[in-house]
Write a protein that binds this ligand. Structure first.
Ligand SMILES: [Zn+2]
Ligand SMILES: [Zn+2]
Length: 150
């Protein structure tokens, strides 16, 4: 096993999402810890590799997302109300379907599920979550925040 980035035989070895997966089809690759941190695909706070997402090269630490959801979820209802008041019905129908499915798993309100979608997009794009809300409202589209399978 060699680090995909620097070619050394790493110790410890870290299994990280392949940010170039569209090129060679591999979902995860081996990396040394230094390279993983340098590539921005390892969370030092949680001592854990990022998760990759299908469809693009973005990665995020799921525990960082969840922490921010939990500390800020009092904003969830207002965010959900603004999205519901702005987006066209067909966009809302799609978003609500995803939110319902997510709420079945998490036991959270749909508003918290949508807030979690917003937070996930924010971490993947490395943007503040409120900017993701603004972008969603401006585009009148839920596409930016609809979850993609891992
Ligand atoms: Zn390396
Ligand atoms: Zn983290």
């Amino acid at each position: 096993m060699r680090c995909k980035f620097c070619g050394t035989d790493p110790d410890p070895v870290v299994l990280v999402p392949n940010v170039e997966k569209r090129k060679d089809g591999q979902i995860e690759i081996f990396s040394c810890l230094d390279c993983a941190i340098k590539q921005g695909i390892y969370c030092e706070k949680h001592d854990s590799p990022h998760t990759g997402f299908s469809g693009d090269e973005t990665t995020a630490c799921l525990r960082c997302i969840e922490e921010e959801v939990q500390t800020k979820k009092e904003a969830a209802e207002e965010v959900y109300a603004r999205i519901c008041g702005t987006l066209p019905q067909e966009e809302l129908d799609e978003l609500k379907e995803f939110a319902e499915d997510s709420s079945v798993i998490t036991g959270d309100d749909e508003s918290v599920s949508v807030f979690r979608f917003v937070m996930t997009t924010a971490h993947r794009l490395k943007l503040p979550w409120d900017q993701v809300v603004v972008m969603t409202l401006e585009r009148r589209s839920a596409q930016l925040i609809l979850p993609s399978p891992f």
